[in-house]
Design a binder for this molecule. Structure first.
Ligand code: 5AD
Ligand code: SF4
Length: 462
């Protein structure tokens, strides 16, 4: 089959779960002897890993599919694959709609990638693998990471979501909530730490519900197990659901040295009427209580959220409650979106859909308010000290960058000898709109480069 080395190119849209799925697909392709290439034009296999969370994301996918058609016409041997949430949503309809497509791989089909590609090459067979499976063993990284990111790594702890918020396509594209056994997760993190990983981000649509489907280890207990992993400095996780955030988790976050002081806790709306229509499972007051519990127990915690404007039936009064919630909670940062109707979801059939112009105006108001709050946080950080884990070096400058425990990006003038993975204390000199600028005052640890470890030195700039 492989007379000469084949090259692959993966284009990734959407969330961190998709980014990590792309890493898993890359690991499978590399275990088959393929090498990565930086353009679709030079590839023998192109995979588009798609997102369908909002209408705009799905439109981008169709335009990417359009450009694949021209590529395939020039290079008929090219194997083209669509993966991710649009693949799951559209299934074999995609094959019928786009005759230049070779394969459709659903969100549970990544483990079958080798077989799918072999079929495409050897039998010239087009296929769609989009069944949901109850097997969570495909959620681990299937092969050693090839130094893609030397110090941080995603780790999937669960897949799917069983909440069925009325606007959300995820339960349809990623299936029901299923947690991986804790032992497998701990073993994966131990292995990553041995490879030089210093920070892990635990991924799931609703990590606070981790383990509920298994009935053994809870999310708070999982954090306690991972905190014991030798060499690991930081643990992050996303996304948390307010309804499942409990005192045990807050306690674990407060006690465990490796768990970062940051939580992404989507509110979506400040109006109880809208929250109810969204099927979120909490009220504004209940959410505020959880914020108070977090701030009381974890001093300096950074809180971020997602917000939706223009949900069907959202009145001016409902919207003003969203603005007042933002002003009251004062998030460090938010991601805000205009509601868009998604296939299969309940809200797409709700009456009183909001006109596009109204949604756009509301989004602009939310942006402006949050921008001023974020700006105030960044200005207030000036002159303070922060622990930063070095993630990489900016091209064409002497700057390094990393994140604080609160997940804020800091750009730093890099002294000689600074390495990716170093943990440094930084004095914040300037708070900018999207980042901070700092100066190193103290290098806490400089890790050693072990033989065979994937840690990169300064010359290998990111
Ligand atoms: N329209 C707009 N935003 C949405 N999100 C999810 N579904 C939709 C939709 N149909 C947002 C939510 C979620 C984030 C990942 O995307 O805010 O938290
Ligand atoms: Fe979507 Fe709600 Fe599940 Fe989040 S909790 S993935 S918004 S259904």
């Amino acid at each position: 089959m492989h007379t000469q080395t084949k090259a692959y190119y993966i284009e990734t849209y959407g969330c961190q779960m998709n980014e990590h799925d792309s890493e898993k697909m890359a690991a499978i392709l590399e275990s088959m002897g393929l090498v990565e290439t930086s353009t679709a034009e030079t590839a023998d296999v192109v995979i588009i890993n798609t997102c369908s969370i909002r209408e705009k994301a799905e439109h981008k996918v169709y335009s990417a599919l359009g450009s694949l058609r021209a590529l395939k016409a020039k290079n008929p041997g090219l194997v083209t694959v669509v993966a991710g949430c649009v693949a799951q949503q559209e299934k074999d309809r995609l094959l019928r709609r786009a005759d230049h497509l070779d394969a459709v791989v659903g969100t549970h089909g990544i483990g079958e990638l080798r077989d799918i590609l072999e079929r495409a090459w050897e039998k010239r067979d087009r296929c769609a693998r989009t069944e949901f499976s109850r097997d969570v063993s495909s959620l681990h990284m299937p092969a050693p990471r090839r130094g893609r990111s030397p110090m941080n790594s995603y780790v999937t702890i669960m897949q799917g979501c069983s909440n069925f918020c009325t606007y959300c396509v995820v339960p349809y594209t990623r299936g029901p909530e299923q947690s991986r056994p804790a032992g497998e997760i701990v073993a994966e993190v131990q292995d990553l730490a041995r490879q030089g990983v210093r920070e892990v981000t635990l991924l799931g649509q609703n990590v606070n519900a981790y383990g509920k489907d298994r009935g053994d280890v809870s999310f708070a207990e999982l954090l306690r197990l991972l905190d014991l992993v030798e060499g690991l400095k930081r643990i992050r996780f996303t996304t948390s659901h307010p309804k499942d955030l409990d005192a045990a988790l807050v306690q674990a976050m407060a006690e465990l040295g490796s768990v970062c002081e940051h939580i992404h806790l989507p509110l979506q709306s400040g109006s109880d009427k809208v929250l109810h229509a969204m099927h979120r499972g909490y009220t504004r007051a209940e959410y505020l209580e959880k914020i108070a519990m977090l701030r009381e127990n974890i001093p300096g915690i950074a809180i971020t959220a997602d917000m939706i404007v223009g949900f069907p039936g959202e009145t001016e009064e409902d919207f003003s409650l969203t603005l007042s919630a933002l002003a009251e909670i004062r998030y460090d940062q938010i991601f805000s979106f205009k509601y868009s109707a998604r296939p299969s979801t309940a809200a797409r059939l709700f009456g009183d859909q909001i006109p596009e112009a109204v949604k756009a105006a509301r989004l602009a108001e939310v942006h402006a308010l949050q921008e001023s709050i974020t700006d105030q946080y960044h200005k207030a950080a000036e002159g303070t000290a922060a622990e930063v884990l070095i993630e990489g070096f900016r091209e064409r400058s002497s700057q390094a960058f990393g994140r604080t425990r609160q997940n804020k990006i800091v750009n730093i003038e890099a002294p000689d000898g600074l390495n990716v993975g170093d943990l440094v204390t930084v004095r914040i000199e300037q708070g900018l709109k999207h980042s901070l600028r700092g100066k190193i005052s103290f290098v806490v640890t400089v890790h050693r480069e072990e033989e065979g470890s994937p840690q990169r030195r300064r010359e290998h700039r990111e």
